[in-house]
Design a protein around this ligand. Structure first.
Ligand code: F6R
Length: 614
């Protein structure tokens, strides 16, 4: 998916900021990169297909010391037109003065292009983006100011767009536009940085302003003005990001994913800090105090999310029913938004998202709001669109997650869901002793996760070597650990490209058992909880058909060790927290399989970290 970085200021080298920023967005996936600067009132464009390093190679030896304090850059993921230099952004208007980068899709670009062709414009690319630059030029030709020409142009565009532009004759500003595609502005010291993602900004400043849909920002070195698409002034809040710059470093790990797996103890500590009330067996969740006050009126919780966040929501349903004594549902955000869900004003819809920008989750949330539901978020990125639109929520404080495969955000989502369920349960039937047991287990969790990492790191690595050439896997779990089986399978398939199916262990005999033979590895979560005996029977069924069983068991388990081919031991924890422990060896196993195969673990093919398109 594309990435945008823009710079205006006097403190840094604009080219360095833009290139560095684009590198921070590399994880999003792209196939060409480019940037534009201004020298002696003339726009200079530099573009290259392939990696950013190709672009760096191309500009080696070029002196940028006398350029103006302005630059915009882009990493393109081809949609309209092939991967070529002319199609690479930035795109420039025919008069050579308006230059811009764009994320999203202009749906009516063909009509607009036709219109502009008739007016004598020439097009040099096959993109949908080039029309925007020429449309603005056309409106300026009619006598409008740059600002007014931008306003007139956005009113004619349909589709989604995050656009950043500058105009050669007004080099003191860049203009950012948002409709459906995220734009965030970092407020620095004598410099401001505009980007599609805060990763490109945090090195320079932690103070950020998020544009909302239908907003335009005129960003100068000494301030920002925000207006609506109809030209009305809008006052914006400044959010302070709680990420540390050091987090952007791999810290000696070969991949961000492995680093993030090992960061889970610290991430969980950050998530529970100041939130556990041990004596009362209760939790303090400041971001949902409004909900706490009206919880007796609530009839149902619905969790929505995509991918890994959806798996967290599935576990949220179990937690809400068992601990919260509350009816709960879970749905893929992409299904929820189109299935006409029955949601009342006494229902809470919980949007779960690491990035806070996933389009399907955002649209499902908006649908829930239209239906009058109470909404809240379980989100990692502070101030992200979903966090702002939910109105209340629990930040999971996992820190920056760069590896495309989500790991520490998943476990922190689960911690937040446990705390939410305790809050709800204690207002209902959950007694103080049960509350205390959960809360004190949460307190011990960082240490237990650290222990699990140390205990399972080597064995998962060895198993990965044995199994990296298999083409198919089945993952089985029951109860709380059924979604963990789905998550384990998702981790494996997305980074190793091995086909893996997650199944409820009890469902196996209703179909998938036909797949079992001596070539089918079956990963089973078999820790000692309520459904342990049932899972043991399911393992027997697999063994009877010569499947190869890798079982996740508790320390000192003797039953499963006798029947499974391989076991991975994890420490015991109370059942509601067991997914947080049990998923760790599955994350490690997926990581080691992919790295054994020499794959690009942090940037798996065809995937993007935040999916801001439908
Ligand atoms: C899987 C993964 C994706 C995301 C999904 C939702 O490892 O990362 O499945 O979980 O795209 O993303 P967020 O949580 O940002 O809404």
């Amino acid at each position: 998916m594309c990435g945008i970085v823009g710079y205006v200021g006097v403190s840094s080298n604009p080219v360095e900021v833009v290139i560095e920023g684009l590198k921070q967005l590399e994880y999003r996936g792209y196939d060409s990169a480019g940037f534009a600067v201004l020298r002696n009132s003339k726009v200079e464009l530099y573009k290259e297909v392939g990696r950013i390093s190709n672009l760096e190679e191309k500009i080696k030896g070029i002196d940028f010391s006398d350029i103006e304090g302005i630059a915009i850059g882009h990493t393109r993921w081809a949609t309209h037109g092939g991967i070529t230099v002319p199609n690479t952004h930035p795109h420039i208007s025919n008069n050579g003065k308006i230059v811009l980068v764009h994320n999203g899709v202009i749906e009516n670009y063909a009509d607009l292009k036709e219109l502009l062709l008739r007016k004598g414009y020439t097009f040099y690319s096959q993109t949908d983006t080039e029309v925007i630059a020429n449309l603005i030029e056309e409106h300026m030709k009619e006598g409008n100011s740059l600002e007014d020409a931008v306003i007139l142009s956005v009113q004619e565009l349909s589709g989604t767009f995050g656009v950043v532009l500058f105009y050669a004759d007004e080099p003191d500003k860049i203009i950012a536009i948002r409709k459906g595609s995220p734009i965030v502005i970092g407020i620095g010291d004598n410099e401001n940085i505009v980007a599609s993602d805060i990763n490109a900004i945090v090195k320079h400043t932690k103070n950020v302003v998020y544009l909302d849909d239908g907003e335009i920002a005129i960003v100068k070195v000494d301030g920002i003005k925000t207006i609506s698409f109809s030209g009305k002034n809008i006052k914006k809040d400044v959010f302070v990001i709680d990420w540390e710059v050091e987090e952007m470093d791999k810290k000696g790990y070969p991949h961000y994913m492995l680093k993030e797996i090992f960061e889970q103890p610290t991430a969980i500590e950050n998530c529970i800090r100041g939130r556990l009330l041990e004596d009362e067996g209760y939790v303090k969740l400041g971001g949902i105090s409004k909900l706490e006050g009206i919880i007796h009126k609530v009839k149902k919780f619905t969790f929505i999310g995509c991918g890994t966040a959806y798996h967290a929501g599935m576990i949220g349903k179990y937690l809400m029913e068992n601990i919260g004594w509350m009816p709960a549902e879970v749905d893929f955000a992409s299904e929820f938004r189109y299935r006409n869900p029955i949601v009342s004003q006494r229902d809470v819809v919980v949007a779960i998202s690491q990035s806070g920008e996933t389009m399907d989750t955002l649209e499902a949330l908006r649908e829930a709001k239209r239906k009058g539901a109470i909404t809240m978020g379980i989100i990692n990125v502070v101030g992200s669109t979903i966090a702002r639109e939910t109105g209340m929520g629990i930040y999971i404080h996992a820190g920056v997650e760069i590896g495309v495969a989500s790991t520490k955000a998943f476990t922190n989502m689960l911690v937040a869901l446990v705390m939410l369920s305790v809050m709800v349960g204690r207002k209902k039937k959950l007694g103080i002793f049960e509350g205390r047991e959960i809360v004190s287990s949460l307190k011990e969790l960082p240490e237990l996760v650290e222990y699990t990492l140390q205990k399972t790191n080597k064995v998962t690595q060895e198993l990965a070597k044995k199994f990296s050439n298999y083409r198919n896997f089945i993952y089985l779990g029951r109860g709380y650990n059924y979604p963990v089986a789905l998550e384990g399978a998702l981790k494996l398939k997305e980074i190793s490209y091995i086909h893996a199916e997650g199944y409820s262990a009890g469902e196996m005999k209703h179909g998938p058992i036909a797949l079992i033979d001596e070539n089918m590895p079956v990963v089973v979560i078999a820790t000692k909880h309520s459904v342990y005996d049932k899972v043991v029977s399911n393992i027997q069924e697999v063994k009877a058909r010569h499947g190869k069983v890798i079982a996740i068991v508790n320390e000192n388990d003797t039953t499963v060790s006798k029947i499974a081919d391989y076991t991975i031991e994890v420490p015991y924890v109370i059942e509601p927290l067991s997914p947080i422990i049990n998923v760790i060896p599955l994350q490690l196993f997926a990581y080691y399989v992919a790295s054994t195969k020499g794959l690009d673990v942090d940037k798996p093919r065809n995937l993007a970290k935040s999916v801001t398109v439908e």
